[in-house]
Design a protein around this ligand. Structure first.
Ligand code: SF4
Length: 331
């Protein structure tokens, strides 16, 4: 790891000012569970780290003026996973947190940092001798034509097929959560659905936030579909593993018909993936295993497998069906 300057502001405004003054090559630091990892691997080498962990205004879980759940960016994953208001209104979001990482990591990692975690593609994190357009733009992609069992079948390009690795963002996308940020240009709100971008020809660009933009909090609007929701995650082992396929689903049924349904996919796409066409196929219909299967097949209709990840299409379809049935059982 290289030497770096370390700054510790005690307000969000000061953090933004310090980071802006230290650009280029400065990074915010919260739980450190991703950044320090990547610094040790030599993937990231910031010259300045702005430690935001002492900023009290970035903590807390409460009800927003609009009635949604508002979560400070520095709230640890474990605190939010256990919060009674979240468990009651959004079991899928709570489960997405419980099923991520280990307890030790959940105690350290923050909600804001978790959203911006970087891919687990082994070439990205491995030796710099591997071609990787995300790590070294223009160098090529070792995964396409290489070991790509865990890579994306949705949203990939010829430049990169790395999977977005997180769970929380998938559940937040399903329920239309919004992040609030500040930067030298002021405050702005970004739907989590619009936060991450597909790789296209620029895989190194993973999200729409500017380097000096700081996530302040996240707001999750209340919806009946949140109460009857589930996060289903399939992985190589039942703990401390990333998703091979996952689905965050929620349903609101009236007179046995679907009034509202949410379907978001993880582990199969280059960004948290909302399956809107699949959702539309269920509106006004009874939710049965058969209608869930049709919706799940629609969700994967545009999937393009690589040499070793074709299994993800069938696995993803079954994952969505099971998640929808779990959500229905809770309605
Ligand atoms: Fe790099 Fe993306 Fe290719 Fe992985 S899939 S080697 S992250 S360019």
């Amino acid at each position: 790891m290289r030497n770096f300057a370390y700054l510790r502001p005690d307000s969000a405004k000061d953090a933004v000012a310090m980071l802006t003054a230290s650009q280029p090559g400065a990074r915010y630091f919260a739980g450190g569970t991703t950044l320090y990892d990547l610094m040790k691997l030599g993937v990231e080498a910031p010259q300045t780290v702005v430690d935001i962990t002492g900023i009290e205004e970035l903590r807390g879980i409460d009800v927003s003026p609009k009635g949604g759940i508002r979560v400070g960016a520095l709230v640890p994953m474990s605190d939010l996973a256990e919060h009674a208001m979240l468990k009651q209104n959004f079991p899928a979001i709570s489960e997405s947190l419980w099923k991520a990482a280990s307890q030790q990591l959940r105690n350290m990692a923050t909600i804001g940092g978790n959203l911006l975690q970087r891919t687990r593609c082994p070439y990205f994190r491995g030796s710099p001798e591997f071609a990787c357009n995300k790590r070294a733009p223009g160098s090529g992609c070792s995964a396409i034509g290489g070991a790509n069992r865990a890579h994306a079948v949705l949203g990939a390009s010829s430049a990169c097929a790395a999977v977005y690795p997180g769970d929380l963002a998938v559940a937040l996308v399903a329920f239309d959560a919004v992040i609030e940020t500040i930067s030298p240009r002021g405050q702005r709100f970004v739907a989590v659905r619009d936060l991450h971008v597909v790789p296209g020809s620029t895989p190194a660009i993973e999200h729409v936030l500017a380097p000096d933009e700081l996530i302040v909090r996240i707001e999750i609007p209340m919806t009946p579909a949140g109460r009857a929701s589930a996060y289903h995650k399939i992985r190589d082992r039942e703990s401390y593993a990333f998703a091979l396929a996952s689905a965050a689903c929620g349903v609101h049924l009236a007179a046995n018909e679907v009034v509202d349904v949410r379907i978001a996919l993880g582990g199969v796409a280059t960004r948290p993936w909302r399956a809107s066409a699949a959702e539309r196929s269920l509106i006004g219909k009874p939710l049965t295993r058969q209608s869930a299967r049709r919706a799940a097949e629609i969700a994967f209709a545009e999937a393009v497998p690589l040499q070793h990840n074709r299994y993800k299409i069938a696995l993803g379809i079954e994952t969505v069906i099971d998640a929808l049935m779990l959500a229905k059982d809770r309605s």
